[in-house]
Design a protein around this ligand. Structure first.
Ligand SMILES: NC(=O)c1ccc[n+]([C@@H]2O[C@H](COP(=O)([O-])OP(=O)(O)OC[C@H]3O[C@@H](n4cnc5c(N)ncnc54)[C@H](O)[C@@H]3O)[C@@H](O)[C@H]2O)c1
Ligand SMILES: [Zn+2]
Length: 381
């Protein structure tokens, strides 16, 4: 069986301003006549952009040749709750059915990565898949989480246990949304920028490191090109990397994620994905240095970059190192096949390994504890 997909990524500003043709064109690309469309909006976005539903209605009216708006935009609780509370994707599925969205119609979802994942799961399963247009509204979702071909919800205490691979109709990154993010959520996407730079682009890492303090101070011009480059690297990996549906055991974009996913869970999702990724990357960077692979000055520059961005490279959950190490097994099960973890030989030089030495993980935890001044209890752990 061989199937061809088109994966579209577009960058714009003010996607719902009536004179911006992008969304209408994206829908018009699906065939003649207006495309039926319904929209879901993250409650965190709706709170900051109270006229979003009205804007969408005005937009659809101005582009009635391309868009047939099925109903008013529907609000979805934002954040990880969207993936933990299964009534949310179930009621989204019911709404998609009620709006008579078919396989040739569109679900537009505007929100952070969690809402994109939950609504994406509903859209991918109603009628076995209707067309999904994502408008990611966080730095993390615009740089990383919103660009891929995965969706899902958390189940039975595990992240993303239920979900599908489904290529969205389009992803539209609208930079204007980032202005209303909290500092905490604005920061979150940059751990993924650091991650992808460490894997694929040493120059991007240098730029990220040199601008980290400006990004932390919410300098939009310093941030924009970093996010865009990260998005492009991520997107290219999916489109040209040869394994969009992750059939192989290796998942290089998941550098730092075996522990990140576990830490999120262990903290009951108090730690955001981007924050957990910063810690997970730091842990595997130190691990790579302890192995004698990554030079210590390079490791130091990565840790400093993350700190300058404002990340704390420590959390109490790290002290439960045995539980943390269970994350390795869960990661293997999630991917299938042999355990494959990416470490670094240098900046921009990833290397897969098939086992991690628990003693080295513990030493890496200890280093992070000392660095964060987490105190004698932490050091003893
Ligand atoms: N499918 C994938 O391939 C993939 C990849 C990476 C991450 N993810 C998932 O993405 C999720 C994390 O997403 P996230 O970091 O975008 O955070 P998030 O979706 O949890 O959103 C964080 C908070 O920001 C609010 N918010 C969103 N946009 C806003 C805006 N423009 N203005 C004001 N508030 C806004 C939300 O309501 C929420 O409270 C995790 O569940 C992670 O597993 C998925
Ligand atoms: Zn991630």
């Amino acid at each position: 069986v061989s199937v061809e997909f088109v994966h579209r990524l577009r960058f714009t500003r003010g996607a719902l301003e009536t004179q911006n043709p992008l969304l209408a064109e994206t829908i018009a690309a699906g065939g003649p006549g207006p495309g039926r469309l319904m929209a879901f909006v993250d409650s965190g976005v709706a709170a900051e952009w109270p006229d979003l539903a009205a804007r969408l209605e005005a937009y659809a009216a101005a582009h009635e040749g391309s868009i047939d708006l099925a109903c008013a935009a529907i609000e979805v609780p934002g954040g990880e709750r969207a993936k933990n509370d299964h009534s949310i994707f179930e009621s989204a599925a019911a709404e998609i059915d009620r709006a008579r969205i078919c396989r040739q119609s569109y679900v537009l979802v505007i929100g952070g990565g969690a809402v994109l994942d939950a609504i994406g799961f509903a859209a991918a399963t109603v009628h076995r898949g209707v067309r999904l247009i994502r408008m990611p509204t966080t730095t993390l979702a615009q740089a990383d989480g919103g660009l891929g071909v995965k969706n899902g919800v958390n189940a039975f205490g595990k992240k993303n246990l239920l979900g599908t691979f489904a290529v969205p109709w389009a992803v539209i990154n609208d930079g204007a949304f980032l202005e209303t993010l909290s500092d905490r959520d604005f920061r979150c996407g940059f751990s993924e920028v650091v991650k992808v730079a460490l894997l694929k682009d040493a120059r991007l890492f240098m730029e990220m490191a040199s601008r980290a303090r400006r990004v932390a101070a919410r300098d939009a011009s310093a941030a924009a090109s970093l996010l865009r480059r990260s998005a492009e690297l991520h997107f290219d990996h999916i489109v040209s990397g040869g394994d969009p549906f992750e059939l192989r055991a290796s998942r290089p974009l998941d550098f730092g994620h075996w522990s990140a996913h576990k830490l999120e869970q262990m903290s009951d999702f108090e730690i955001r994905h981007g924050e957990a990724v910063a810690i997970g990357v730091a842990l595997d960077v130190v691990h790579s240095a302890l192995l004698g692979w990554l030079a210590w000055p390079a490791a130091e520059s990565i840790l400093s970059c993350l700190e300058h961005l404002g990340f704390r490279l420590w959390c109490e959950e790290l002290l439960e190192t045995s539980t943390l190490l269970e994350g390795l097994q869960e990661f293997r099960e999630h991917l299938g096949g042999e355990l494959t973890i990416t470490l670094l030989r240098g900046i921009g030089e990833p290397r897969d390994v098939h086992e991690l030495d628990g003693a080295l993980v513990r030493s890496a935890v200890e280093r992070l504890s000392q660095r964060a001044g987490a105190g004698p209890a932490a050091a003893a752990g």
